[in-house]
Design a protein around this ligand. Sequence first.
Ligand code: 9YW
Length: 450
Amino acid sequence: VAVGQYMSKQYRKTIVSARDVLRKNDRGGYTVPTDGLYPFQWNWDASFTALGWSTWKPERAWAELHMLFKGQWDDGMIPSIVFHQYDDRYFPGPDTWQSPKVDPPTTGITQPPVVASCARYILQVSQHGDEDVHLRGLRNAYTLFHPILRYHRWFYKARDHKKMGRVSIHHPWESGMDNSPSWDEALEHVSTDNLPNYQRKDLMHVDADERPTQTQYDRFMSLVFSFRDVNYDYAQCAQVSQFQVADTCVNALLLKANKDLAWICAKLISHHKRLSLSLEELEALKSAQRELRELIDLSSRGMDSLWNDELGMYSCYDERMDKLINVPTSSAFLALYARHPDRVRARQLADKLAHWLDQVKYGVPSYDPESPMFDSVRYWRGPVWLVVNWMIAEGLEAYEFFELAERVRRDSRALIKEAGSYEYFDPMTGEGCGGNCFSWTSAIQLFWFP
Ligand code: 9YW
């Protein structure tokens, strides 16, 4: 597909180079986040990356999601990484995880569930294309529908320990925000006493200043080994995990994902004739629609319990200590993306965000820039991440905070234009950090700035 003839030459160039990033990271049906540093398929990266592909190759977008589901476990979980091909440049790889899923091998933990939402956006875009593309979109969405629902059910079955609609993560990696300051205190309770020797590989690719510290990494690995010891059985993991935190990001994204899956479900029901669904298949969709409504209510209650009055925003919750974690991170704003808060809380969040933006050159910083521990280059302890920006801006628009949404969009565009397609960015200088030619950054660029 040719890049739009009405675009400026300069703009055409940026679109072409964003497409090139995805092409370069394409490994035949799935996309690696970046060559070298992350040589496999990651769960939430794949979902965002599919959005990028959908802007000019809808079939390739759906293929990305189908490849991700090759990693689905019998219990419904979609793991954080699917190791489609062996590559020894990353640690911990399949030999370390030794998870029961072997073909293809995967990790034994999950990541934020955005796949339903991305599938919804891809299907939504295809409604405006030609009939064929839309019908193929519906077929793809139908193939994925029940596996996605099984994934969502897994969260409530395996992770809603208190049965209150608030699901927990058992490892910081499951939040996708590995070294967020939200985990500092909870991680202190993770023992490293029996930690076997291991060798990190991330520092071969990027600067140590930008990465999680050794102490954090030791705790990350201790958790992995504790799950491996019980063969990743979800019931036993709930017993042995020394880290159990309800993450704002995961809970907000799960709520939004349930809403988006319900949207997909309604489309499938309305097009059941075109899809030639049997009566039984149609009934299964109708019953799923009812179930999704319940899950939406359940997760909405869970989100309510994450409101932190002291901070005036949502925050994470330490399930083992039974208390809210008083750490202000940008994941609080994802509640807007989930369309969850009422007008009063939405306004409080918007005011907070506006204040944060006043402290930095480019938003949205991942951590309160006025905190003494704010670190503008260290991964999830300050830097800007474009996928998060996109979700926040989406949420701001839904609540009619158009000026703020525009500011986030303008900053995001400027970051890519000035620094390039980096993994993340320094909010103070705009400098690109981490890996370059990064899939999810280019994908969001393609999807967000057409
Ligand atoms: C890791 C791939 C992943 C992202 C995570 C990010 C980082 C490192 O890179 O994780 O070893 O998994 O924190 O959100 O999915 O881009």
